[in-house]
Design a protein around this ligand. Structure first.
Ligand SMILES: Cc1cc2nc3c(=O)[nH]c(=O)nc-3n(C[C@H](O)[C@H](O)[C@H](O)COP(=O)(O)O)c2cc1C
Length: 174
């Protein structure tokens, strides 16, 4: 069986190579509207979306992650022209899970309009490390929020194969 939703789910890939072209404000609005339409526990919508196209900010995060990990990580944003950071109150029971659902909603919406994405945990050391106050302010996280996850977005410059689905991760319980 197939339909547009199943095709988008099956066709999405983590894209780690982007064209230089910027994505439009209209495209960003499509993604952020879709994100806001994601379900959340008790409809709490615990997320905040910080959108940046500022290469200086992204390079500063790259440098901080490299420093903390004592390893040159290069560009953890894979040259994407835009990155959306999701933050939430880490003490809230379901908030980080809600952010995970929202970020996959962004990934699917982006794929459906011809954009590529990669979900990113790699900014975490910068956003939760010794200079977290600096980075949280730079990224305009609301008070009490901390980094949940990020997603890089852009026009894909390459593709990759689907990851194999593991059937033994499913149990039917009678
Ligand atoms: C929570 C989460 C964090 C991730 N962090 C990164 C990351 O920091 N850098 C990266 O290149 N890919 C990251 N990925 C992408 C995964 O590596 C990717 O989803 C996985 O290899 C499966 O490939 P696919 O998305 O193309 O199906 C992350 C994915 C998730 C869900």
């Amino acid at each position: 069986m197939t339909n547009p939703v199943l095709s988008a789910i099956a066709g999405r890939r983590s894209i780690r190579s982007y064209k230089a072209e910027k994505i439009t404000r209209e495209q960003l609005d499509v993604l952020l509207t879709a994100a806001g339409e994601a379900p959340s526990a008790r409809n709490s919508q615990p997320w905040h979306f910080s959108v940046t196209e500022n290469r200086k900010i992204l390079d500063e995060i790259n440098a901080e992650v490299s420093t903390i990990l004592k390893n040159d990580v290069g560009d953890i944003f894979h040259g994407a022209p835009a990155v959306i950071f999701l933050s939430c109150d880490p003490e809230s029971r379901w908030a980080r899970l809600d952010c995970g659902i929202a970020v996959q909603t962004i990934a699917l919406a982006a794929h459906s309009i011809g954009l590529g994405t990669v979900i990113l945990g790699m900014p975490d050391p910068a956003c939760t490390g010794p200079r977290k106050d600096h980075f949280n302010a730079l990224l305009k996280f609301p008070a009490g929020h901390s980094f949940a996850v990020a997603i890089a977005v852009g026009v894909p410059a390459g593709t990759k194969n689907a990851h194999p689905v593991e059937p033994n991760r499913i149990s039917f319980v009678d």
